[in-house]
Design a binder for this molecule. Structure first.
Ligand code: ARG
Length: 289
């Protein structure tokens, strides 16, 4: 039997983040959001600052996009697009309240020297598009459409694998599934089985037979909304059983408190967009001469 803890390897990530200067819950586009309840913007900022400090301690390169007034969800940088192999596939938001964020992120991508591909179809970036090995796991059901998955497949060398979400409290793929090891040949994920339809579950079980199945309790505190460098896994502090499962597999869990951001339906991963400037796939370049 293979040793599930073998060869964990940290790879410092490059990430983009957006300070929650204008964070609040003023509309409701997911079941976590209750505009009638108060939010504490300074508390959100303090939690976000602690997340930035955690990433810096891990040696991550952290870049920032300027927050814009009137866009309270812009803090959720994961939704700003998908950056893979130096290509930035832009977000195209489902709900009007967030649509203006897409242009701001696209501008940042262009300014960072990335090739920008404008999405024609509804998708919410890394919220629903998770790179693992040579594949991109692509969520649909609530936000991103299967048309966007097909569009993305035409732009990248990764295989795009659609997965259907069925629970509105886990409306983005990154709330129900965490990529723990993205290296081709070492793929490891964790997910909440009840968040997926039967066909998607079958795909997950056959591709990732060693995956961690997370508990309802850990998923409910957004434990799966996690960021992994291959060794360290930044996850919700309250996801205690998930942290034990990670440790059993040789990962080093780091708990962070994102409870204020959770009032908008987000956690650590939602606040974090990975910037992959260089090719990561193990595949031969099919376009090479
Ligand atoms: N309030 C935001 C929304 O509903 C939260 C986004 C969370 N982001 C994420 N990547 N899951 O759109």
């Amino acid at each position: 039997m293979s040793n599930p803890t073998a060869a964990r390897e940290a790879r410092a990530l490059s990430v983009l983040m957006c300070r929650p200067t204008y964070f609040t819950v003023s509309y409701s586009i997911n079941p976590w959001m209750h505009p009638e309840n108060p939010t504490d913007t300074s508390r959100a900022i303090a939690q976000w600052d602690a997340l930035v400090a955690t990433y810096r301690e891990l040696g991550f390169e952290v870049d920032f996009i300027d927050p814009l007034p009137g866009l309270p969800d812009m803090v959720f940088a994961a939704n700003g697009g998908l950056v893979v192999d130096g290509l930035a596939y832009t977000a195209n938001f489902r709900y009007d309240q967030r649509r203006p964020e897409a242009g701001a992120y696209a501008e940042w991508f262009a300014g960072a020297g990335l090739t920008v591909a404008d999405a024609q179809f509804i998708n919410e970036g890394e919220g629903d598009l998770l790179v693992v090995g040579d594949a991109i796991l692509a969520g649909t059901g609530f936000r991103s459409t299967t048309e966007s998955h097909a569009e993305l497949a035409g732009l990248v060398r990764h295989q795009v694998i659609p997965l259907t979400l069925v629970r509105d409290d886990f409306y983005h793929l990154d709330t129900a599934l965490a990529v723990l090891d993205a290296r081709p040949g070492h793929e490891q994920i964790a997910y909440l089985p009840s968040a997926f339809d039967a066909a998607s579950l079958e795909v997950l079980r056959s591709r990732y037979p060693d995956a961690i199945e997370a508990s309802e309790d850990d998923a409910a505190v957004f434990g799966l909304n996690a960021v992994s460098d291959g060794l360290h896994v930044v996850t919700a502090a309250a996801a205690t059983h998930f942290q034990a499962q990670l440790a059993e597999r040789g990962f080093e869990p780091i708990g962070v408190d994102m409870s204020e951001l959770r009032l908008s339906g987000g956690g650590a991963k939602c606040c974090t967009l990975e910037i992959r400037r260089h090719p990561s796939t193990s595949q031969m370049d099919p376009f090479a001469e």
